[in-house]
Write a protein that binds this ligand. Structure first.
Ligand SMILES: Cc1cc2nc3c(=O)[nH]c(=O)nc-3n(C[C@H](O)[C@H](O)[C@H](O)COP(=O)(O)OP(=O)(O)OC[C@H]3O[C@@H](n4cnc5c(N)ncnc54)[C@H](O)[C@@H]3O)c2cc1C
Length: 447
């Protein structure tokens, strides 16, 4: 059955030089950097606050180090500093890729303030639905609001929806899922606990080990849902009463199917209840533990990957490949959470050939954000052009923010030069990024 909508006029609610759709880490970095380079920027976000997975899904660990030195700075570093006491740098910095952990509520405020201070107009509570395409260019988007459908226009549109909603609706080709069966990475409902007896958990780690073995046995008997085992073991044996977002409830399915997403969110919240209840019962250190919070949103690692001028592959990641159109560096491993939801992750395998050598990093190219179909539309973040495996590295927030900062700056330069984004003067862009604090080294000359 279909409904035919009558023709109707849609009011234009707002317009800007650069319209950023989606206020996750990538969208924030893109909007702030474009505004700092004198563009009038409008950012629209469907949820009540910006931050994407960082705030609304409680994903709170940032990666800035190639395991020898910090190689991600720029807007990432600014947010770390702006968030103040809300961020903790790990004691072993910079020996691991993971370097900082933050309080999602404090980060939410820091991100909104960063946008405000840069002069970005941010409007939440509206979902962009359709792209307005005229003569092969995008004019803006139609968004659903409480008071009806409205148009938001921009000379350049940056799709930072994570799912590539705008680019896909505009007809830009995309890929979805891994080659073998079309499945995307598993999803996870993050949660937080309070009331732990930290001293008890850490003073006798054997109790946690026993509880962990019991969980594994119950799972093998089909009496407990799957879990990320390395993570569960660590939570049970190394406690901190504050600041930890637990990452251990795997669910699998299609993040673009609203009915399935609803079912999976409920399923994952029930898993959280079951694990927390079990720990409370089995481990004296968790006897008074309560679930403080579950994610407002089920954490999504992968959906559409919009096909771009360049596609990041696992090979480029593990061989630390450099790019003439580099906008920053990445180093995280090809980190795949089982698309069937078993809880297995390649992170747990810690295989050397899944990441660049220690002390090395790959380049994130501007070309993975641009496409050959619509010159004034670009994407940033986890919907950018990568293979299933390449995305498994570049999807982490700091890498998405490097991409956002590079693309936002490129968009502002294109506006200034009255050119397309793909015609931007790359050496000029790279110099601007460096003077804005972005780490950018070893850029090869164009082939
Ligand atoms: C469980 C889990 C654990 C993870 N662990 C880590 C980790 O430890 N460290 C790390 O750095 N990364 C981690 N990641 C990956 C990382 O969080 C994401 O890949 C990253 O947030 C992607 O950033 P983004 O800005 O591209 O997209 P998102 O963070 O997904 O943001 C997209 C934004 O766009 C908005 N939006 C979407 N559609 C529309 C629309 N149609 N109209 C308006 N707004 C829209 C969304 O509401 C959202 O705010 C994890 C991911 C998951 C799921």
């Amino acid at each position: 059955m279909e409904i035919i909508q009558p023709r109707r006029a849609i009011p234009v609610a707002d317009e800007a030089d650069i319209l950023v759709v989606g206020g996750g880490p990538a969208g924030i970095a893109a909007a702030v950097s474009a505004a700092r380079h004198h563009a009038k920027v409008l950012l629209i976000e469907r949820f009540p606050s910006v931050g994407g997975q960082a705030t609304n899904a409680l994903v709170n660990i940032w990666h800035t180090s190639d395991r020898r030195k910090q190689v991600i700075f720029g807007i990432v570093q600014e947010l770390i500093e702006r968030c103040g006491d809300g961020v903790r740098r790990y004691d072993d910095y910079p020996a691991r890729c993971e370097t900082h952990e933050f309080d999602p509520s404090a980060m939410r405020i820091a991100m909104h303030e960063l946008l405000d201070d840069a002069g970005v107009k941010t409007v939440c509570h509206l979902a962009a639905m359709e792209s307005i395409i005229e003569d092969g260019r995008i004019r803006g988007v139609l968004a659903d609001t409480k008071t009806g459908r409205k148009a938001f226009l921009g000379k350049i549109v940056i799709d930072a929806t994570g799912d590539g909603d705008i680019a896909a609706n505009a007809g830009v080709p995309f890929d979805f899922g891994r080659e073998s069966d079309g499945r995307v990475q598993g999803m996870t409902m993050m949660f937080r606990l309070c009331g732990l007896d930290e001293r008890l958990i850490n003073s006798d780690r054997s109790i946690g080990e026993k509880v962990f073995e019991k969980m594994k046995a119950l799972h093998a008997q089909g009496k407990m849902p799957p879990f990320l085992d390395l993570a569960a073991r660590s939570y049970l044996t190394h406690a901190r009463s504050h600041g930890v977002s637990y990452n251990m409830t795997p669910v699998a399915g299609n993040p673009l199917d609203e009915a399935e997403l609803t079912r999976l969110s409920v399923q994952a919240r029930r898993q959280v209840k079951q694990y927390a209840g079990f720990w409370k019962q089995e481990h004296p250190g968790f006897a008074k533990a309560e679930i403080e919070q579950t994610g407002f949103w089920l954490g999504i690692r992968e959906s559409r990957r919009i096909r771009g001028l360049k596609t990041l592959t696992a090979d480029m990641v593990v061989h630390a490949q450099k790019q003439s159109d580099a906008i920053g560096h990445g180093f995280w491993m090809v980190d795949i959470h089982d698309p069937k939801g078993s809880g297995h992750t390649t992170w747990a395998d810690q295989k050397k050939d899944s990441m660049p050598p220690e002390g090395e990093s790959y380049h994130i190219p501007l070309g993975m954000c641009l496409n050959e179909h619509i010159p004034n539309l670009a994407v940033a973040g986890r919907c950018a052009s990568a293979t299933h495996e390449g995305l498994a590295s570049v999807r982490v927030q700091t890498h998405c923010m490097v991409m956002g900062q590079g693309l936002g700056t490129a968009a502002a330069l294109a506006l200034d030069a009255r050119s397309e984004m793909r015609e931007v003067d790359i050496p000029k862009l790279q110099r601007k990024l460096q003077s804005d604090g972005v780490y950018l080294e070893d850029v090869p000359a164009p082939a």
